[in-house]
Design a protein around this ligand. Structure first.
Ligand code: F6P
Length: 570
């Protein structure tokens, strides 16, 4: 059998390797002067505008990237995703998060079966349940309406819903529909996170939604048991039925935990954890907070991008262009990181969410056929909303390492403020930075300019900006539920494009397993040492020393003495 071809063995890849050396001779300052080039490097879709003219790329680069896409069978791979092929081959699963936001009449097959009716059955159930809770017809064990929701989950069962919640929190329609309600997220198994969540909450008016695809994740299950204890201690064990519901693919374990299966909201193994925000994972907690109709708009936004990604030609396809140019930056320029810089505080949780989507998807060392990659795949993603990032890490991105940046701006603020006498509105002030920063990065500032400004010679090296630092600018018309859905889907698909080109499996995550299994060994040791005084054994010198210090008797006494007080009703 012929060995599988790595993308780096193809002529298209090698051609780009040569081409990047040519491109390195050009400066963005000069590229930006070519108006025709810049004109053809903007794409519009549904009111949004992507400008990729500040990439270190020419039109020839884009052509060569399209050739790379062709040899990587990008179009076929996208089609396979939409037609329910088992493209997550190491887990033998289709990848169908697009079905989660498909319209009711769409047909998306998995194993010869249209999955859309199942999706809508769960969405209808969420709508009905969330309306009952919100209207007060579903009440807690003491007859009180449930105003607070704690969503317990981690990773993909947390970050996506948190991102959307944070983005909606200041959106006028969403504010109106969330009046009097609070949504909280408990993710970390650190009891501090439990304390932060339950402080000030009354179990009588709280609904706990346990969100876990597998219903086996150690952190989530211990947090769920902790909140079950909090509810039982206050209201008696029978209250759990009224105060706890679940979202999972594993309904058997949900029932074993003690949650009524009628109060469980299903999803399917063809939804990857980090791609699950449009399933009951996100839709249930968000509908409880904002009402189903707001969340439906978010799903429609994501769906609009799904259709665009599926059908737009590559030259006009936003996720494809973003994905290909990211590959260009990582694999040809060798830039290892990407900064996600939304000029909107509402998007403050975008970067943490994309960190998981991107780094869990594309942080791989072998091809989908198991061949070690002779190149680095994946990016290190980080970010902060502008302008906070400017006063934090932008020094490094202007004069230190080159980090390709995603600048995301919004035309209309969710919360406009215009003070009398001020030259611009508060949003204009914010957005002035959105427009300025990409040019500062691209153009930089030369020694000649500094000389002309009479800068003292000893300061010239310090005040010089090399420029030539690439970025994307994405301008959204506004930030309502629909646009938030669009933004989410753009990133999901862009990351898939990168993985399709690199020839890796972007939908498994074996890399998270080793740490989990070692933690199981440590947990057993802690239990044996604490309950039976057994010595620390079977670990290397370093871990043995650390664990022994952790288990020292004085520390043990303190731990036991201070435990469980927060769960006791006052
Ligand atoms: O971090 C590993 C991971 O498996 C993620 O992929 C997933 O999103 C998270 O754990 C939570 O898993 P679950 O939803 O099964 O609790």
């Amino acid at each position: 059998m012929a060995s599988p071809t790595l993308i780096s063995d193809t002529d298209a890849w090698k051609d780009l390797k040569g081409h990047v050396e040519e491109t390195k001779k050009t400066h963005l300052r000069d590229l930006m002067g070519d108006v025709d080039r810049c004109k053809s490097m903007t794409v519009e879709f549904d009111g949004m505008l992507l400008d990729y003219s500040r990439q270190r790329a020419t039109l020839e680069t884009i052509d060569k990237l399209f050739k790379l896409a062709q040899v990587a069978h990008l179009k076929e791979k996208i089609n396979h995703m939409y037609t329910g092929e088992r493209i997550n081959s190491t887990e033998n699963r289709p990848v169908l998060h697009v079905a989660l936001r498909a319209s009711r009449d769409a047909v998306i097959q998995s194993d010869g079966k249209n999955v859309v009716p199942e999706v809508w059955k769960v969405l209808d159930k969420i709508q009905e349940f969330s309306e009952r809770v919100r209207s007060g017809s579903w009440v807690g064990a003491t007859g009180k309406a449930l105003k607070d929701v704690i969503a317990v989950g981690i990773g993909g069962s947390f970050l996506g819903p948190l991102f959307v919640h944070t983005a909606l929190q200041t959106e006028p329609e969403a504010i109106e529909s969330a009046r009097g309600r609070q949504l909280h997220f408990l993710a970390n198994v650190d009891p501090i996170d439990v304390a932060r969540n339950i402080t000030g909450l009354n179990p009588e008016t709280t609904l706990v939604v346990v969100v876990s695809k597998t219903f086996t994740t150690a952190e989530t299950m211990l947090n769920a048991r902790t909140l079950r204890e909090w509810i039982s201690a206050a209201l008696g064990p029978s209250a759990v039925a009224k105060h706890m519901v679940a979202v999972s693919t594993n309904l058997t374990l949900v029932e074993k935990f003690g949650i009524d299966p009628n109060n469980a909201f299903a999803f399917w193994d063809w939804v990857g954890g980090r791609y699950s925000v449009c399933s009951a994972v996100g839709v249930l907690p968000l509908s409880l907070q904002y009402g189903f109709s707001v969340v439906e708009k978010f799903l429609k936004g994501a769906s609009s991008i799904d259709q665009h990604f599926y059908s737009a030609p590559f030259e006009k396809n936003i996720p494809v262009l973003l994905g290909l140019l990211s590959v260009w930056n990582v694999s040809f320029f060798g830039y290892p990181a990407r900064a996600i810089l939304p000029y909107s505080q509402a998007l403050e949780k975008l970067a943490p969410h994309i960190q998981q989507v991107s780094m869990e998807s594309n942080g791989k060392g072998v091809s989908i056929d198991g061949v070690p990659l002779p190149f680095e795949a994946g990016e290190i993603d980080f970010g902060e909303p502008g302008t906070n990032g400017q006063h934090s890490f932008y020094q490094l991105i202007h004069q230190g390492r080159v980090i390709p940046c995603d600048f995301i701006g919004v035309v209309r603020s969710q919360q406009p403020v215009y003070l009398k006498g001020e030259p611009v509105s508060n949003h204009d002030e914010l957005m002035s930075n959105f427009f300025a920063q990409p040019d500062a990065l691209a153009y930089g500032k030369t020694e000649e300019q500094l000389h002309k400004e009479n800068v003292p010679p000893h300061l010239i090296p310090h005040k010089t900006f090399s420029g030539n630092r690439p970025s994307f600018s994405l301008l959204l018309p506004s930030l309502n539920a629909y646009n938030i859905g669009q933004l989410l889907a753009i990133y999901e698909h862009r990351i898939a494009v990168e993985g399709f080109i690199w020839g890796i499996n972007s939908f498994d995550q074996w890399g998270v397993e080793l740490g989990k299994s070692l933690a199981t060994q440590v947990r057993k040791q802690i239990n044996a040492s604490r309950s039976k005084g057994e010595p620390v054994e079977g670990f290397n010198f370093s871990t043995t020393t650390l664990l022994s210090r952790y288990l020292e008797p004085e520390v043990l006494k303190e731990t036991v003495a201070s435990s469980s007080s927060m769960l006791t009703p006052t």
